[in-house]
Design a protein around this ligand. Structure first.
Ligand code: GLC
Length: 635
């Protein structure tokens, strides 16, 4: 690499938009305590673009493989890129820019070519762009009704409530605990009549329990991953305790698992989140036995500092172990070789993505005329065709909000247009100001969800001061006012292989200042945002590569002013949302509503200097998506 060579991409990964200077590993991982040092996240997204300095080369590289890949981007030697793969087949794509690309930047052109190779991104139903409220800990129908009512009372828009593992009976996939949700069907209907949907979770591990239909079917049909002998089901512990893992790499298993969603679609459910599908394993029978044996060694001993450390490490030692991933096998169709048993670690990165495929194909059979909402935790290149992703268990920290800003462009490059982080942080104790800032970012991400862990501070939008509730209402109103624009820009990006969220340098790749701009984003064609992500800062420096119109949204009203090209300090008080309309563009603002089912899309105003906006519209559900004949010109 030259002194200013830059590397962009790698989808779900920590650190900057420019990935140079660190070692990343593509290995789908359950990483509840992620930080700047984390090498692997939940997804495996092996695509990046190398951009040499002016006059140099720019090219994209995609390593197509299901096993571990290590990306040493100037970590061992700041001048070298070294990519190594585990010894399974790798198909390597090198993509250079198309000479006849017109006005398109080299970065965008390479990305578009890559996206053409990997296929069109998932498009959720329109309601998937509404605001989702979630928490691990909504235990009963009453809990959920209470959340919905509070939102209604306080005029806080609400599109959906996610049901975490609490809704299941003993954490069994596709079951509903009748004691907590006595009549899920009528409850789902009741909520839907108000425009609110339920989104239950489904986990990868199936509880090992004789008499439980899903387990019995999986066992008798040999649908679960096997040990080396090819006969014994592999068993590991997850939420329901000892569990088996459907072999999602097999088409027949995907068909079976996908058909199970019927248990819930029959109850009126139209959206799901798939979790723990890296797959996460808290322990295996083997690692647990080894841990207990080890603990015995310490019994009765005087534990000095070294032995005490060894002792403390034992219980955590069973979590997501490599040797456990090497203890079981997947059967998959290998090109030219028929179906083969493959040790799991060689195909590890495909597992979660294949679960998404199973769900997506199953849901398509169950509801052929209807797009359904689907997002997953684990993913790989390819599964972006079947569903979106949320970015897993983040923390209520300012630098995790910053991480999201920097991760979104990489996710979009890799086809994950439908993505977003747990707003305000999943774990740890959030604060009012972090929630306000993160919501102001969240209204621009296609997946907008406020989710938290059972032991984290309650953070529904009415749990903070009254003033904050008012601001949250305002922020949500802006989301709904922008929703037709967001939906329209999303569909256009998906259909054309574009990026719904882009860094500034994708449009200004020859502008050195833009190339350094790692915390500003273009949202669709017309909007730029520059979020404040530091506590107690009431504004920030923003770089404008072109003149723009600043829009200040506050108290349900907006004000606009012109901003010239260059650097400006932009004040962004906590009770407002600031965004910018790009040069020559128009952005429509519609009348907000409590959810998408109540939106009319008739009255609008156009922001910005552009004369018109081409709005893509459909019924919000159709599976037949095309731009022709669906665009209304707003003037
Ligand atoms: C995992 C998920 C999290 C969920 C929890 C319980 O940690 O990432 O979102 O709340 O499991 O199901």
């Amino acid at each position: 690499m030259q002194h200013d060579t830059r590397i962009f991409g790698l989808g779900e990964s920590v650190r900057g938009m420019n990935k140079r200077g660190y070692l990343y590993e593509s290995w789908c991982s359950d990483v509840p305590r992620q930080d700047e040092g984390t090498k692997s996240m939940y997804g495996s997204h092996n695509f990046f673009i190398v951009k040499e300095s002016e006059g140099g080369k720019t090219f994209g590289v995609f390593f197509d493989t299901g096993s571990r890949v290590t990306f040493d981007f100037g970590y061992t030697d700041y001048s070298d890129i070294c990519v190594s793969c585990q010894d399974t087949g790798v198909v390597l794509y090198v993509i250079t820019a198309d000479e006849n690309r017109g006005n398109e930047s080299v970065l965008m052109n390479i990305t578009r070519q890559f996206r053409k190779i990997i296929g069109q991104s998932y498009i959720p139903p329109r309601w998937g762009f509404g605001y989702q409220q979630s928490r691990w800990g909504y235990r009963t129908e009453e809990d959920v009704r209470d959340i919905v009512n509070k939102h209604k009372e306080l005029n806080l828009p609400l599109e959906a409530v996610c049901l975490d593992i609490d809704y299941m009976e003993d954490y069994k996939d596709f079951s509903v605990d009748k004691k907590k949700f006595p009549n899920m069907k009528s409850f789902a209907e009741e909520l839907k009549s108000e425009g609110v949907r339920l989104i239950p979770i489904i986990d990868a591990g199936v509880k090992l329990l004789d008499g439980y239909e899903v387990y019995d079917e999986g066992k008798s049909n040999n649908y679960f991953c096997k040990k080396e002998d090819g006969e014994t089901d592999y068993v590991a512990g997850v939420w329901p305790g000892r569990s088996c893992f459907p072999d999602f790499l097999r088409a027949d298993v995907r068909k079976w698992f996908g058909s199970k969603y019927k248990n819930l679609t029959d109850l009126g459910i139209e959206g799901f989140w798939n979790d723990m599908n890296e797959p996460a394993m808290f322990y295996s029978d083997e690692s647990l036995a080894a841990a207990f044996e080890k603990l015995e060694e310490f019994k009765g001993k005087n534990l000095d500092i070294n032995t005490f450390f060894d002792f403390s490490a034992v219980s955590g030692s069973t979590f997501n172990r490599l040797d456990d991933y090497q203890r079981f096998y997947n059967r998959a169709e290998v090109i030219g070789k028929g179906e083969k048993a493959l040790r799991h670690d060689y195909v590890h990165n495909l597992f979660g993505g294949k679960m998404t495929q199973a769900a997506s194909e199953g849901l398509k059979e169950l509801m052929p005329d209807h797009r359904t909402l689907l997002y997953s935790r684990a993913s790989c290149i390819g599964s972006h065709r079947y569903g979106g992703i949320w970015t897993g268990d983040n923390n209520a920290r300012w630098n995790h909000m910053e991480t999201e800003i920097k991760m979104l462009p990489g996710l979009n490059m890799c086809g994950y247009l439908y993505s977003g982080a747990d707003i305000g942080g999943f774990a740890e104790q959030t604060t009012e100001d972090l929630m306000l800032r993160w919501m102001a970012l969240g209204i621009f991400t296609p997946l907008m969800r406020n989710h938290s862990a059972w032991d984290a501070r309650e953070k529904e939008l009415y749990r903070f001061s009254n003033k904050a509730t008012d601001t949250f209402r305002d922020i949500l109103n802006l989301r709904y006012a922008l929703l037709p624009y967001i939906y329209s820009e999303y569909v256009k990006a998906a259909v054309t292989g574009g990026m719904f969220i882009r860094p500034v340098y994708f449009d200004y790749e020859n502008d050195c200042r833009s190339l350094e701009c790692q915390d500003q984003l273009f949202i669709g064609e017309g909007i730029m945002i520059a979020p404040v992500y530091k506590q107690n800062e009431n504004g920030r420096m923003v770089y404008f590569p072109e003149p723009m119109i600043q829009v200040t949204w506050k108290d349900g009203k907006y004000e606009t002013k012109k901003i010239s090209k260059g650097d400006h300090y932009i004040r962004q008080p906590l009770d407002s949302v600031i965004f910018f309309v790009r040069k020559g563009k128009a952005v429509p603002l519609f009348k907000p509503a409590m959810n998408t089912s109540q939106m009319k899309n008739d009255k609008y105003t156009l922001l910005g200097k552009g004369k018109s906006y081409e709005l893509y519209e459909d019924d919000g559900f159709t599976t037949d998506i095309h731009l022709e004949g669906r665009v209304r010109v707003l003037r």
